[in-house]
Design a protein around this ligand. Structure first.
Ligand code: SF4
Ligand code: SF4
Length: 303
């Protein structure tokens, strides 16, 4: 039976596509974006996540760790990643869910039953189910079966993706998808690699493929200060996206909402100094893209 690693299922979402939606967050991602809002989604395996704000300071997790990988430092729990064996006992022991297990295996039948609970809301609002992550395309076999099942149930599907996957695999996924959000994070492949750990050629190929397939879609640019927000970068975005057949982009202003989770995964947060952006901060950048020939929507939050 095909199964998937999923780290969150969010009901009654109103920002992940049309109408009222259930958003399914797939765990595992081939990219390592510096600004990632869900760093707990990087690996497919379940992992502990520590949220300092919820911690009661009881020390139960520290006693539960067989490897002695945890300790208190300045009132907060810290973990030594060199020692941690990812056994999850700390998260299972925490009495207040400050340390939690991120990631669970779902089979198709159970996931379908879960998302069907809100079918009445989808039907009355023009909503449906959104596949997000992490990167849903990493678990494409399950995703294909899930999308097919949603279509058979008459449930609208949307996917939020980095587009980083082989074009032939992406083509299969497009067959059963109703709406696509796909990111373009940097127009220059080498800088894309520096920012995300991967080149951008597969992404641009897949954007062009989706345009040719005629699927309703939105190309999104997460605008990150100092990474991809210069005038020259805007000019290059316009060039590469127009040649991929794109006519309109949505800009997602940078935020630091994922910062606490980086701390909770005990990983250094590279964008500590970067300023969160408001929609109005993107006016000049949007004007450059428009000058380059693209229509621009500004809004929502970068993920
Ligand atoms: S997951 Fe790591 S820190 Fe937590 S109990 Fe296991 S070894 Fe210790
Ligand atoms: S994370 Fe949980 S178990 Fe650990 S000290 Fe905080 S409240 Fe106690």
């Amino acid at each position: 039976m095909t199964t998937a690693a999923i780290f969150n299922i969010q009901r009654f979402s109103i920002h992940d596509g049309p109408g009222i939606r259930t958003t399914v967050f797939f765990k595992g991602c081939p990219l390592r974006c510096l600004w990632c809002a869900n760093p707990e989604s990087r690996k497919t395996v379940p992992e502990p996540l520590y949220m300092k704000k919820k911690c009661a300071g009881c020390g139960t997790c520290i006693s539960a760790c067989p490897e002695h990988a945890l300790q208190f430092s300045e009132g907060t729990v810290i973990r030594d990643p060199r020692i941690c064996k990812n056994c999850l006992r700390c998260a299972e022991a925490c009495p207040v869910e400050a340390m939690t297990v991120q990631g669970k295996t779902w089979d198709l039948e159970a996931l379908l039953a879960e998302v069907k609970k809100d079918k009445d809301f989808y039907d009355s609002s023009g909503g449906g189910v959104t596949l997000s992550g992490g990167e849903p395309l990493l678990q494409h076999r399950f995703v294909n079966e899930f999308l097919q099942a949603l279509r058979e149930e008459g449930i609208h599907s949307t996917m939020e993706t980095s587009g980083f996957q082989k074009p032939e695999i992406f083509a299969e996924v497009l067959k059963n998808l109703d709406f696509l959000y796909i990111d373009c994070k940097h127009p220059d492949s080498e800088i894309h690699r520096q920012l995300t750990g991967q080149p951008n050629e597969p992404v641009l190929q897949n954007i062009a493929q989706a345009v040719r397939a005629g699927i309703p879609m939105e190309v999104r640019i997460p605008v990150i200060p100092g990474c991809n927000d210069s005038e020259e970068t805007a000019r290059r975005f316009s060039e590469v996206l127009l040649s991929a057949g794109v006519r309109e982009v949505q800009l997602l202003p940078f935020h630091q909402l994922g910062k606490a989770k980086w701390e909770g995964m005990f990983m250094p947060y590279a964008l500590e100094e970067a300023k969160a952006l408001r929609n109005e901060d993107l006016t000049d950048f949007a004007a450059c893209l428009e000058k380059g020939g693209l229509s621009v929507l500004v809004g929502s939050a970068a993920g």
